[in-house]
Design a protein around this ligand. Structure first.
Ligand code: TPP
Ligand code: SF4
Length: 335
């Protein structure tokens, strides 16, 4: 018997629905995520994608100039290859996706839709999903709508000028909170689990095989909401050098600041790509690559140096990362 292909090989062979013409910054991790979604949705089902206002929306739907979505350049002749996109207001992506699910169910019940259930995806930034739209997201999860919700976590409201977002690492510089503040990131994974999500994951595309598995699993969930948080380096807001996107994506997990994680309801969770404490890179390795933390840490002659007087702030970030790993391990035991 031939072994089934791993998820990322399936994706590599699939027909991509994310195409040229987008205006995301070169080095933006969202482009990698969108290619994965574009390929994962080539699974024999019609796709409906709801984009909440965010960089991901304004940079890929520049009507009437370019629309960076679609398999090929013309209307596909097979419905399972088609991808319909709805752009809606900032905070309502999960609610609109839920309405699409309900409509598909009704059409099925009256016999007007005979195909397999469509892929219904929603996409929002962390500002849209975890700040202004948090209530909408939690109630969609609570109602167990069978959508796959993707939340792009770049720790700022990037599209409108890098304002502070509740996922920000303490003391990160943003346009509304220069030098940041001591508040720790909102517990987005805990909130999604407690609201009743069927599947919750945090996954970085920097770990391609794991990311492909998570995206495919999220699309397969039929009995409730799948929520995937995607930690996403933002080159313009975090101010890092070109070529560092994947390295930062990896360090976000390995330091414990945004570890890869997945959990199905009723099953134990799995923490991935976080070494044991003794082998874990210190948070300074992540911070020193970004100028939003230059008031705290820098590299001199290849060595990590903490700015004099900022030792307590760096220690607070390290403490958060360590406690975050412990907290996620505990969430893994949530029923
Ligand atoms: C109700 C409402 N308030 C404010 C805005 C303006 N707005 C559009 S995008 C955006 C920020 C989006 O931030 P986020 O969701 O984090 O996505 P990102 O741009 O970082 O990808 C804001 C404030 C809006 N469109 N609608
Ligand atoms: S501003 Fe940040 S999130 Fe927006 S397109 Fe550029 S890198 Fe991506």
């Amino acid at each position: 018997m031939t072994k089934p292909l791993p998820a990322f090989k399936h994706l590599a062979l699939a027909d991509d629905a994310f195409r040229e013409g987008h205006a995301l910054c070169p080095g933006c991790e969202e482009a990698i995520t969108f290619h994965a979604l574009g390929r994962a949705t080539d699974n024999g089902r019609k796709t409906c994608l709801v984009l909440g206002t965010s960089c991901g929306e304004v940079s890929t739907l520049m009507y009437p100039n370019t629309i960076a979505w679609g398999r090929g350049t013309s209307e596909p002749d097979r419905i399972e290859k088609s991808i319909g996109i709805i752009h809606n207001v900032f905070e309502s992506a999960p609610t609109v996706a839920e309405a699409i699910c309900d409509t598909a169910d009704m059409l099925s019940q009256v016999g007007a839709w005979q195909g397999p259930r469509p892929n219904v995806l929603a996409w929002s930034g962390d500002g849209g999903a975890l700040s202004i739209g948090l209530r909408a997201l939690l109630h969609t999860i609570y109602r167990r709508a069978a959508i796959a919700m993707f939340v792009n976590i770049n720790e700022v409201f990037a599209n409108t000028g890098f304002q502070y977002s509740p996922t920000a690492i303490p003391f990160a510089d943003s346009s509304t909170l220069p030098y940041g503040g001591p508040a720790e990131p909102i517990d987005h994974i805990g909130l999604a689990l407690v609201a009743g999500a069927e599947f919750v994951a945090q996954a970085s595309p920097a770990f391609a095989p794991f990311f492909a598995e998570v995206v495919s699993e999220a699309l397969s969930i039929e009995t409730g909401t799948a929520v995937v948080f995607v930690p996403s380096p933002c080159i313009a807001g975090w101010k890092f050098e070109e070529g560092m996107t994947a390295d930062l994506g990896k360090l976000a997990s390995t330091t414990g600041l945004f570890p890869n994680f997945r959990k199905r309801r009723g099953q134990p969770g799995e923490l991935k790509h976080v070494p044991d404490k003794s082998k874990r890179p210190p948070v300074e390795e992540f911070l020193a690559l970004q100028r939003r933390f230059e008031h705290l840490v820098c590299r001199q002659d290849g060595k990590l140096v903490t700015v004099t007087g900022k030792e307590q702030q760096v220690a607070a970030i390290q403490s958060y990362a360590d406690r975050n790993v412990e907290r996620l391990a505990r969430w893994g035991q949530f029923p």
